[in-house]
Design a protein around this ligand. Structure first.
Ligand SMILES: [Fe+2]
Length: 174
């Protein structure tokens, strides 16, 4: 048996703000929306993956966005460094603050959606290193400069290695 991750559903309060953020700033597409049952709350489905009807769904009816939830963050991978930069620029134009954090194996941006749900967008570096790790990185660097910085910053870690050469064993790795 293998459970493959499909989607996450968030309870939300303001569907206009949330949809604006997830579609305009983060680039999700609206798949469907409608009431969950007769007179039930609305559910809104979004996706960026043609194989997933929804990667995220929002159920409108969260009462108090100030209350903390058990969700720490949702995380999304981008395939290129340029896309991390594009997300950074989109966050800048939407006036969304972010924390650029490098885990050695990833260059990440952490930020919140309009209702305080944590989000990470990350780009895999060519390296593997035991986790957790976290060092703030400079988003003004080019890809080449950023990767050189990652190597300099993490190479002293005993487990630091090229991804394909890493001898580290962890769950699900053959
Ligand atoms: Fe994460």
């Amino acid at each position: 048996m293998k459970l493959e991750w499909s989607h996450t559903v968030l309870n939300i309060k303001d569907s206009v703000k949330i949809l604006q953020f997830y579609t305009k700033t983060l680039g999700f597409n609206l798949s469907d929306r409608g009431p969950l049952a007769e007179n039930g709350p609305e559910i809104i489905f979004v996706s960026q993956d043609s194989d997933e009807h929804h990667q995220l769904a929002f159920i409108v009816g969260r009462e108090d966005v100030d209350k903390s939830t058990s969700l720490n963050h949702l995380s999304f991978r981008v395939k290129t460094f340029d896309e991390v930069y594009e997300v950074k620029e989109r966050l800048d134009s939407a006036d969304v603050e972010y924390l650029p954090l490098c885990h050695g194996n990833a260059l990440s941006l952490y930020f919140n959606d309009p209702e305080g749900n944590g989000i990470e967008v990350f780009f895999d570096t060519p390296w593997d290193v035991a986790q957790p790790q976290g060092v703030v990185w400079d988003t003004s660097l080019t890809e080449k400069e950023a990767l050189e910085w990652v190597e300099r910053t993490f190479e002293k870690e005993p487990t630091f290695a090229k991804r394909e050469e890493s001898a580290r064993e962890f769950v699900n790795r053959k």
